[in-house]
Design a protein around this ligand. Structure first.
Ligand SMILES: [Zn+2]
Length: 257
């Protein structure tokens, strides 16, 4: 199968790899369809390895060269013993976090993402979305409803980042929300804030094309380019903003996008 692998900073290679092995117990073989390029992937490309382990990962054993891609979805091709939530042919979205599911202080509290043994598909796991297929754990796949497209399946992971940011920021109905940065995560965060009921939305970015895109998606968003205007002054001058200001955390709440 074709796969894009990280060998070193600025050294990605499109390679022919063996097909993944058949899934083991509790695992699922996915024929990948769409994958997003995360800011994390760009950081790995420019300055990596960062999350990609230099030594075999203590939990997964993964090491470079690493197939990138942790924002993806596809079609289940085969399931291993004991898998009950999906069957071959199901379309799925990947949730890339990997860690012990029990017997770990954080996992036992449902805080899987805080496990010190955390690994990620596409960063510290043998496989990722930038390949034609990947084997992942059953808990890494979520069946997609028929009305969602394959592209949307690949957007579930970054959307979850945005929804989590709004959750952490306590965004609720009627709030006024500033999102700093109108890249893909910022755009999704604006949409998540609106879905949570935020009334007044502000977004700042140095790139006018990104601000224009934000305006085309959400016509009532107030766009601010800090090269021309003070973000603080614009927000403070809005009467709605003064009544209930919420400052959502940026999407880097876990330092991982
Ligand atoms: Zn990401």
């Amino acid at each position: 199968m074709r796969a894009l692998r990280f060998h070193a900073a600025r050294d990605l290679r499109l390679e022919e790899l063996p097909e993944p092995k058949q899934p083991g117990p509790g695992q699922v073989l996915v024929r990948n369809r769409f994958v997003g390029i995360c800011g994390t992937d760009l950081h790995e490309y420019s300055y990596g390895p960062i999350f990609i382990p230099k030594e075999p990962h203590p939990y997964t054993g993964a090491h470079g060269p690493q197939v990138l891609g942790h924002e993806f979805g596809g079609v289940v091709e085969a399931i291993g013993a004991g898998v009950t939530s999906v069957v071959a042919g199901d379309r799925v979205s990947i949730q890339p976090l990997i860690m012990p599911r029990s017997g770990d202080y954080f996992a036992d509290r449902g805080l899987f993402h805080l496990s010190p043994q955390l690994a990620l598909v596409g960063l510290s796991w043998d496989g990722g979305g930038m390949a034609e297929a990947a084997v992942v754990n059953e808990y890494n796949v979520q069946k997609m409803p028929d009305e969602m497209t394959d592209e949307e399946a690949a957007l579930v992971e970054p959307t979850a980042v945005a929804v989590y940011a709004c959750d952490r920021g306590g965004v609720t109905a009627g709030n006024s929300v500033l999102v700093t940065g109108a890249g893909p995560i910022g755009m999704l965060t604006l949409l998540a804030a609106r879905a949570a009921g935020a009334a007044q939305l502000f977004v700042s970015d140095l790139n006018d094309a990104r601000l224009d895109l934000a305006k085309s998606v959400l016509p009532d968003v107030v766009t601010i380019n800090p090269k021309r205007d003070s973000v603080g002054d614009v927000v403070r001058s809005s009467p709605e903003a003064m009544s209930a200001v919420t400052w959502p955390l940026n999407a880097s709440a876990t330092n991982m996008r």
